[in-house]
Design a protein around this ligand. Structure first.
Ligand code: C5P
Length: 227
């Protein structure tokens, strides 16, 4: 029987955020930001293990009480997100057919319902897929001067989120084939193999905390859930 394993790359330095510690360790409602992410994945009954990949030079993880029984920490983060995922996949020794759900540490407002929707939608899928959202706004392409060079038809455009869920064997093969090509998500690597990952509707609350201004929204969403 295939298992469901979560893999959370959390070895980024959060350079766009500009805080003294990486954004995954910032305090959010009395817990590190990443605790909220991990605890949602731990709550999903189908998921048997949550592997978090941190940098070998991480100075913060041990300062916190994570208190999450399914958690398995691996200090094998690499120079890029793709390398952290590749290293994590090797460290977790998943069977070929196990499903791996890769999820950004900084998407801390993920919901259990969205993960369950992804798992249910892909249960019989031969490729796998990801949570994503249809683009709601009009899309503009900029020239190098801050002016519009084109309006891009939004029909058929989606914004990729995580988790992205693939069989461990296929994902390892895709990441190995991608080599040094920089991939910002797992689906891109699977697409390079000529496969077509399925898009499963996510939700707008599952955004990635990227800039300091994102914290207030994350705080409000998490506080509302607690109430
Ligand atoms: O930088 P970005 O926000 O796109 O990173 C997405 C996720 O990948 C974050 O959870 C980050 O910690 C992780 N990451 C990683 N190793 C890196 C760079 C990013 O695990 N070298």
């Amino acid at each position: 029987m295939s298992r469901y394993l979560a893999l959370v790359p959390a070895a980024g330095s959060g350079s766009r955020f500009g805080a003294p510690s990486p954004k995954q360790y910032l305090q959010l409602n009395n817990r590190p930001l990443m605790w909220h992410t991990l605890q949602v994945l731990c709550q999903v009954e189908a998921i048997s293990e949550v592997v978090v990949v941190i940098s070998p030079c991480d100075e913060w993880f041990d300062d916190f009480d994570w208190d999450l029984p399914k958690l398995n920490v691996q200090r094998v983060g690499g120079a890029s997100r793709a390398e952290s995922v590749r290293n994590g996949l090797q460290a977790m020794a998943a069977a070929e057919n196990d499903w791996v759900l890769v999820h950004d540490a900084a998407r801390c407002c993920l919901s259990v319902a969205a993960v369950e929707r992804l798992i249910t939608s892909l249960a019989e899928d031969t490729v796998g897929g990801l949570l994503a959202l249809p683009v709601p706004d009009t899309v503009k392409r900029a020239d190098g001067d801050g002016r519009i060079s084109a309006t891009v038809p939004r029909q058929g455009l989606w914004l990729a989120q995580t988790p992205q869920m693939f069989r461990a064997g296929l994902l390892a093969q895709a990441l190995a084939s991608a080599g040094e090509i920089e991939m910002t998500d797992e689906a891109s690597a699977i697409e390079q193999l000529g496969q077509k990952p399925r898009l499963v509707e996510g939700d707008a609350q599952n955004f990635k905390v990227t800039y300091p201004r994102d914290l207030a929204l994350a705080r409000a969403i998490l506080a509302a859930r607690k109430d």
